[in-house]
Design a protein around this ligand. Structure first.
Ligand SMILES: [Zn+2]
Length: 74
């Protein structure tokens, strides 16, 4: 059971998890896009992409208003 494919060096793209071959141009990323995405993560700090981040305080405020009333319980 000697599989040549198994000996091929492959890694998973840190960004999307796709298999990437060592000889790939964008290794260890599957594509230039994924590489840029990963670089962007580090460049902007702690994995913060321009995505809608909800402040915990806001959630707390909303939750507090709901449970504070306590009118949902029978
Ligand atoms: Zn990828």
């Amino acid at each position: 059971m000697a599989s040549r494919e198994k000996s091929a060096k492959t890694l998973r793209c840190p960004t999307c998890g796709a298999l990437v071959r060592a000889r790939d141009e964008d290794f260890p990323f599957c594509s230039d896009r994924c590489r840029k995405i990963d670089l962007g993560k580090w460049a902007s700090g702690v994995y913060k992409i321009s995505s809608p981040v909800v402040d915990p305080e806001v959630l707390e405020d909303l939750g507090g208003a709901g449970t504070g009333g306590g009118s949902r319980e029978n």
